[in-house]
Design a protein around this ligand. Structure first.
Ligand SMILES: C[S@@+](CC[C@H](N)C(=O)[O-])C[C@H]1O[C@@H](n2cnc3c(N)ncnc32)[C@H](O)[C@@H]1O
Length: 278
């Protein structure tokens, strides 16, 4: 498959497993983006938050700690990732996690007034239907704050991986569920407005995606990229000399992004904020 799309079944299967195994390194990879997103989410008080595609729980847990009188519900379709989130949140009474497809989630006892997500909203088959459903589950005037990658062409890390690994740089449908599905600002605007959201704001954030660090930063980054993301998928399908060559090119590429004891790749995303129409 192309590196452009990641289907629901992958999150409930192999990809979810890898992310659950690698939660420390995936949390680390988001670098300064996490604090920016959390600051935006907590900029106004809220009673109940819904974290869409909460994964291993960093955003839910951090938000619950930051706002101890509020409740945070994380939902995800990966049982493995939720198990990690629950373990990390042990003893934290205002964060909970449940297995649910956000496009069908409902909880009659809850009416979130904040929706948050770190890179968890780009995988819906039908984004308008999914966000419309979410609109029906949250309170009128609810706020939403999520991060998502900007276009593939604006993400040098993905461009460089494409060129060294010979994976398709231009998928047939750039809006297919996957990491770059929400790269086009006009498309995201149309999707959210159709689902009832207004007062949209797009903050363009450029950040260093942390791939490796420490005295063995290059080994760290290489092993991480062999576990997570498009390089892992492409290289898993290779063997022998082809695989050795690809890993060697990957190492050279990663090393070219060394900054002190860190390897950081240029990444570009949006933090999108919106309010549900009353
Ligand atoms: C890129 S990961 C981000 C995980 C987490 N938010 C983080 O920042 O570490 C995307 C997450 O969205 C989840 N996901 C994908 N489709 C979903 C859906 N329809 N409903 C709920 N979660 C979904 C995946 O299982 C995965 O955990």
């Amino acid at each position: 498959m192309s590196d452009a799309s990641v289907s629901v079944s992958e999150w409930t299967g192999k990809t979810g497993k890898s992310w659950a195994h690698e939660w420390q390194r995936t949390d680390r990879s988001f670098g300064p983006l996490t604090q920016r997103l959390l600051a935006e989410a907590a900029a106004e008080p809220f009673d109940q938050a819904l974290d869409i595609g909460c994964g291993a729980g960093e955003i839910s847990i951090s938000l619950a700690r930051k706002c101890p009188t509020s409740q945070v519900s994380g939902v995800d379709i990966s049982e493995e990732l939720l198990a990690v989130a629950r373990e990390r949140a042990a003893g934290l009474s205002n964060a909970s996690f449940e297995l649910a497809d956000a496009s069908q989630w409902n909880a009659p006892d809850r009416e979130p007034d904040l929706v948050v997500s770190r890179h968890g909203v780009m995988f819906f088959e039908d984004p308008v239907a999914a966000f419309s459903h979410v609109s029906g589950q949250v309170s009128p005037g609810a706020r939403m704050v999520f991060s998502c990658f900007r276009k593939r062409s604006e993400n040098l890390w993905a461009q460089e991986l494409s060129s060294i690994l010979d994976v398709s740089p231009a998928p047939a449908d750039p809006r297919a569920p996957g990491p770059f599905a929400f790269g086009e600002r006009d498309y995201v605007t149309g999707t959210l407005e159709e689902a009832g959201w207004e007062a949209l704001r797009f903050d363009a954030i450029d950040y260093g995606m942390v791939a490796g660090e420490g005295s063995d930063a290059l080994d760290d980054a290489t092993s991480y990229f062999l576990r997570i993301g498009p390089a892992a998928r492409a290289i898993a399908a290779m063997s022998g000399e082809e695989r050795d060559g690809a890993i060697s090119r990957l190492r050279t590429m990663l090393d070219s992004h060394r900054k002190g004891d860190r390897i950081e790749l240029p990444a570009s995303c949006w933090i999108v904020s919106a309010t549900l129409a009353r």
